[in-house]
Design a protein around this ligand. Structure first.
Ligand SMILES: [Zn+2]
Length: 268
């Protein structure tokens, strides 16, 4: 069973790992070198933030029907399936923060009928703009149905286009950093054990920050580095959670109720 934050404005945090696949280092670290061909696995996550009265999802995973041009899957489920297995109804999610609009972060948004969705205006503008249309090499990273769904939610007022930092709930704030994508945002959460920052793809792997080395998919190099610093600063000595590191459950997990589905790990 999932545990919620006990006092107002304090949340628990769970990683929902919905996929894992074998890759190589060259896919994950900018700059070809002698190690670029070595195997380097990648995990796929969304994150659940639970206060006494709020159920917040940070990213929504990949559409279960999506077929990205990737191989080597060892494990794949979906965020809606992990939520259901954890006893959270799709209609029970009240808030969604989309850190960015890549297919592996915004793909489950259509399965959440009631959530208010927060996304950065700069991210929406990029994917609707001319550069995204010309950059065909990047086309597979976004899904037309996800983008169309978010646009429709904006029209009805159920999605909010942010311009910068915003408190989405007591103790939970979104911070525009850019870098990886035009409107990449990260999420800071107040937890009983201190601040925790869900860096999503501002930091794919622990190694990106440890070696100050960006990933190869990026919008602005200076903003990638500024995002490393901002994540650290917001965590204030607490925890920064990278978006795709397979070792998150072992490095940051604080124990798992046996009743929870495989892939669900409590982080705070
Ligand atoms: Zn990602």
């Amino acid at each position: 069973m999932l545990v919620r934050g006990a006092t107002p404005g304090v949340s628990t945090v769970y990683a929902l790992q919905y996929g894992c696949r074998a890759g190589v280092r060259g896919e994950h670290f900018l700059g070809w070198d002698a190690a670029s061909g070595e195997r380097h696995d990648i995990a796929y996550y969304a994150w659940l933030v639970l206060s006494a009265d709020r159920t917040i999802l940070v990213d929504t995973g990949m559409d279960p029907a999506a077929d990205p041009p990737l191989t080597g899957w060892s494990f794949r489920t979906s965020v809606p399936a992990l939520l259901a297995g954890s006893g959270i109804a799709a209609a029970g999610v009240d808030t969604v923060v989309l850190t960015h609009l890549h297919y592996d972060h915004a793909g489950g948004v259509r399965s959440l009928p009631r959530a208010r969705v927060f996304v950065q205006a700069a991210e929406l503008a990029y994917w609707a703009g001319p550069a995204a249309k010309r950059n065909t090499r990047e086309a597979w990273l976004s899904d037309r149905d996800d983008l169309g769904h978010v646009a429709a939610l904006l029209d009805t007022g159920r999605a909010v286009a942010l311009s910068g930092d915003h408190e989405v709930a007591p103790g939970v704030s979104a911070h525009l950093v850019g870098g990886h994508t035009a409107g990449m945002q990260i999420v800071a959460v107040r937890t009983a054990s201190g601040p925790l920052v869900l860096a999503s793809d501002a930091l794919h792997f622990f190694e990106n920050a440890e070696t100050d080395r960006p990933g190869p998919i990026l919008h602005s190099m200076p903003d990638v580095y500024a995002a490393f610093d901002r994540a650290r600063e917001l965590a204030a000595g607490g925890t920064v959670v990278p978006g795709h590191d397979t070792s998150v459950p072992t490095r940051l997990g604080i124990g798992q109720a046996p009743s929870l589905p495989v892939g669900v790990t409590r982080l705070a």
